[in-house]
Design a protein around this ligand. Structure first.
Ligand code: NAD
Ligand code: UFG
Length: 335
């Protein structure tokens, strides 16, 4: 089976590509490398003795997409390609709607023209905003709090409408919680450009001495220790969720949204303390003001994904901090 993976050179995409190749699929990656390094393909080859076909290009390029679909028998698409920095989306919303929404529309148009109607979409728990109750189920209302989150909601709406218009469209909307960790080989992992925004890459860069100190945003939230609580999920579990979603599409399950989280919330201090214990390292930190736009606490109710996809996260927080550090330690400058 041939699967087109947009954004397959990125963090979550590359881990998924490995599992697709290891399961015997043929993979074509389309990525414009705006947030990725082609070295990832050498690493993928080291891990699975195969590499995916790679086309450097943009999902907004309809002519290129048309050529790809004309030249290959593509069974389904996993659509990771997108921009993901919340702050940047607030500063430059048009860029986010152009890339994430217009790019998706172009892709779906070309898929439709070629009769390819199976798609797994990278959505985000961010579509829930500040949820009224936790754990968060898939029926919680949409309440995105920034253009990035709105762009994910819009693409979910477009795909839902496509399925209503033509139920041959098989759609899985995967709402990721907080992806962390890396491939256990330490050969591939998250490679953020500049100073990381997210907690785990910031922690690992403090551990490696590239950054001096972690600022913990807020110590006065109504949580067990006052710091923010999230549902961290190992990228390997997340990647496996995509293979499960493809199986569901093959069985004509229709169009549905799935939470991909563990169902367990950990605080920032839980993450930092587990990182220090597991890796036998010290992390300097200070508790500072809350970060604007942050939510106190949320974690997934993953039971629908378990029932419908037969998918459950298997890795512990210890696995996540160990594997993320293993990647950072072996690749202090990234790829
Ligand atoms: P990433 O930046 O590592 O990967 C995205 C990839 O898409 C990159 O390789 C980038 O070069 C490529 N890309 C971006 N725009 C493109 C375009 N127009 N055409 C072709 N390629 C393009 O990010 P990631 O963490 O792997 O995230 C993958 C997807 O999952 C994104 O859609 C993101 O919004 C979503 N997501 C990520 C998180 C997270 O915390 N990492 C959480 C929820 C959802
Ligand atoms: N945090 C710190 N210090 C830091 C970075 C983060 O204390 O330097 C805290 C945050 O305040 C929060 C927790 O660590 O309590 C997690 O923050 P992240 O920035 O790692 O993740 P977010 O939950 O804010 O958001 C992430 C992605 C979003 C995505 C969301 C849900 O950045 O794009 O998960 O999937 F939408």
């Amino acid at each position: 089976m041939t699967i087109l993976v947009t954004g397959g050179a990125g963090y979550i995409g590359s881990h998924t590509v490995i599992q697709l190749l290891e399961s015997g699929n043929d993979v074509i990656v389309l990525d414009n490398l705006c947030n990725a390094n082609p070295e990832v393909f050498n690493r993928i080859e080291k891990i699975c003795n195969r590499r995916p076909a790679f086309i450097e290009g943009d999902v907004r390029n309809a002519v290129l997409l048309d050529t790809i679909f004309s030249n290959n028998q593509i069974d389904s698409v996993i659509h990771f390609a997108g921009l993901k920095a919340v702050g940047e989306s607030v500063a430059n919303p048009v860029l986010y709607y152009q890339n994430n929404v217009a790019g998706s529309i172009t892709l779906f148009e070309v898929m439709q023209q070629h009769g390819c109607k199976k798609v797994v979409f990278s959505s985000s728990a961010t579509v829930y905003g500040d949820p009224a109750s936790i754990p968060v189920t898939e029926s919680s209302p949409y309440a995105p709090a920034n253009p990035y989150g709105t762009s994910k909601m819009m693409v979910e709406n477009i795909l839902t409408d496509l399925h209503i218009s033509d139920n041959n469209w098989q759609v899985a909307l995967l709402r990721y919680f907080n992806p962390v960790g890396a491939h256990p080989s330490g050969l591939i992992g998250e490679d953020p450009k500049g100073i990381p925004n997210n907690l785990m890459p910031f922690v690992t860069q403090v551990a490696s001495g590239q950054l001096e100190k972690l600022s913990i945003f807020g110590g006065d939230y109504p949580t067990q220790d006052g710091t923010g609580v999230r549902d961290y999920i190992h990228v390997q579990d997340l990647a496996r969720g995509h293979l499960k979603a493809l199986e569901a599409l093959a069985e004509n399950h229709g169009c549905a949204a799935y939470n991909l989280g563990t169902g367990v919330g950990y605080s920032v201090l839980d993450v930092v303390n587990t990182f220090m214990q597991e890796n036998q390292l010290d992390i300097a930190y200070q508790i500072v003001e809350r970060r604007a736009g942050d939510v106190a606490e949320y974690y997934a109710d993953p039971s629908f994904s378990s029932d419908r996809l037969g998918w459950k996260a298997e890795h512990s927080l210890k696995d996540m901090v160990r594997d993320h550090w293993n990647w950072q330690k072996n690749n202090p400058e990234g790829y």
